[in-house]
Write a protein that binds this ligand. Structure first.
Ligand code: CUA
Length: 160
């Protein structure tokens, strides 16, 4: 009897490993070629999370043109939304996202891309992303941040 349980455990372990290998393969192959959106840098800065509303950029978060084909997107994550929503940027540009939190730790992840970062109150997560193709890309919070976590979503709109 003991032996049987052991065999089943082995079987499940094997299946789990197969699943993991499958996921890794998917992620790896997904990254090959020219992705529509890809993160090329990740850096940071600090600020006072209690004074976000008075902050020159985060007080009224949005997208600014900062160069020929370069944009800066200021984003505030808070329970349970991203501001602005949607974030609108033109295609074929380089966008640096500056993301901070007004309350607790959140995540900022552009679905289906490698662009993601943790968002920590008091810190500005900075990630630079190459935006190629127009389209709509979901943004999700991937750090548990409270009972509305699973519904914390935003939208990145890439316009032609
Ligand atoms: Cu915000 Cu999870």
């Amino acid at each position: 009897m003991r032996m049987h349980i052991h065999q089943y455990e082995k079987l499940w372990l094997g299946l789990s490993l197969l699943l993991i290998v499958g996921f890794v393969a998917t992620v790896t192959y997904g990254a090959v070629g020219t992705p529509a959106i890809s993160m090329i840098g990740d850096d940071g800065d600090t600020l006072n999370p209690n004074a976000i509303d008075d902050h020159p950029e985060f007080g009224d978060p949005g997208v600014e043109k900062v160069g020929e084909s370069e944009y800066a997107a200021y984003v505030v994550a808070r329970q349970f939304m991203f501001q602005p929503d949607p974030i609108v940027v033109p295609a074929n540009t380089t966008v640096t996202f500056y993301v901070t939190s007004a309350d607790v730790i959140h995540g900022f992840s552009v679905v289906g891309t490698n662009a993601n970062t943790m968002v920590i109150p008091g810190e500005v997560a900075e990630l630079t992303v190459e935006i190629n193709d127009p389209g709509e890309y979901g943004i999700v919070c991937h750090e548990y941040c409270g009972n509305g976590h699973h519904g914390m979503e935003g939208l990145l709109k890439v316009v032609p």
